[in-house]
Design a protein around this ligand. Structure first.
Ligand code: NAD
Length: 304
């Protein structure tokens, strides 16, 4: 089995990128800027055109994208999409070369990552789960936190590639560990957004200058990356995604399920999961997760 070190691209592995959405587009463009050859495939033609304009190559299928790649990176919505692109005759496992490294950066269930690593091993393909935190802004600025699960040797090979995408890159343990840490991340982010949303409604109803209040709050113990990144969304009621409520609903399901499996109680997380589900049921699934503010406004009697 060959590895990246003895590939035909010893210093700059050839990259295939599957999934060029809100995150995948800017992330793949950062690899191109760092000097990597990137061949991509995604479902939307305009995203393929964007990749080509940025200096990448647009492929017509997953098979075409991955066939000559040393590293295959995937960034799709959830477990069913990861399974759809990985398995089957048109999928990554049947078409990538033996020795390739598959880095799945999607946020999915830890068990899907474990199963994928096992299935890929039979084909001589190594896998890392490497979900990210930092949002669209973090992707554009290449400052993502990347939580990795898998083998140390594969992590060491992936690190230079990941360094073009993020700032904090940590191997958390065996396959699935990156996803478990990401699930915890999504719990913390959702609860934090909910607390900020409740504070915003409380402050506005109290007649306090909201901009001044959020500025001073962000300088103290109540400050957070969530408040820094989402302050303008709250102030301007700008809920263009960003990170869609639909995806956070998926993530609250992952963390709730994973916690139940290990016997961990998440009482506040469970309530926030319900609020996210309620927002989605009211047709707000396509909005940014800062739209949790709309749920608090509705509960507080405002016309939204
Ligand atoms: P997105 O919906 O914007 O993009 C997903 C992309 O996957 C689309 O371009 C779609 O064409 C592609 N895709 C889906 N099925 C495919 C298939 N069968 N073949 C090829 N391409 C396919 O989603 P996103 O916001 O970029 O999120 C991607 C992942 O990153 C999710 O797991 C999400 O939870 C996670 N994430 C998102 C953010 C964020 O702020 N948006 C932050 C951290 C993590």
């Amino acid at each position: 089995m060959s590895t990246l070190a003895d590939s035909s691209h010893p210093t700059r592995p050839a990259i295939a990128w599957i999934g060029l959405g809100i995150m995948g587009s800017p992330m793949s463009e950062n690899l191109i800027k760092a000097g990597y050859d990137v061949t991509g495939f995604t479902l939307e033609q305009d995203k393929l055109d964007r990749l080509a304009k940025a200096g990448g190559r647009a492929a017509g299928s997953i098979a075409e994208a991955v066939k000559d790649a040393d590293v295959v990176i995937t960034m799709v919505p959830a477990s069913p999409q990861v399974e759809a692109i990985a398995y089957g005759p048109d999928g990554i496992l049947d078409n990538a070369r033996s020795g390739a490294l598959l880095i799945d950066m999607s946020s999915i269930t830890p068990q899907t990552s474990v199963d994928l690593a096992k299935a890929a091993k039979d084909k001589g393909i190594r896998v890392l789960d490497a979900p990210v935190s930092g949002g669209e802004a973090g992707a554009i600025e290449a400052v993502l936190s990347i939580m990795v699960g898998g083998e140390q040797a594969d992590f060491d090979e992936a690190e230079p590639v990941l360094e073009a995408l993020g700032k904090t890159i940590v191997l958390c343990g065996p396959h699935g560990s990156g996803q478990t840490v990401k699930a915890a991340n999504q719990l913390i982010v959702a609860v934090n957004i909910q607390a900020c949303a409740e504070a915003v409604v409380f402050l506005e109803k109290s007649g306090v200058d909201l901009t001044a209040a959020l500025d001073v709050l962000n300088g103290g113990l109540a400050g957070s990356t969530v408040l820094t990144r989402k302050k303008d969304n709250f102030l301007q009621r700008d809920f263009k995604p960003g990170f869609r409520i639909d995806l956070h609903h998926k993530d609250m399901g992952i963390v709730t399920d994973a916690a139940r499996n290990v016997g961990a109680a998440l009482p506040v997380g469970a309530v926030v999961a319900q609020l996210v589900a309620s927002l989605r049921a009211q047709g707000d699934g396509g909005l940014d997760h800062s739209a949790l503010l709309r749920a608090v406004e509705r509960l507080s009697g405002a016309q939204v």
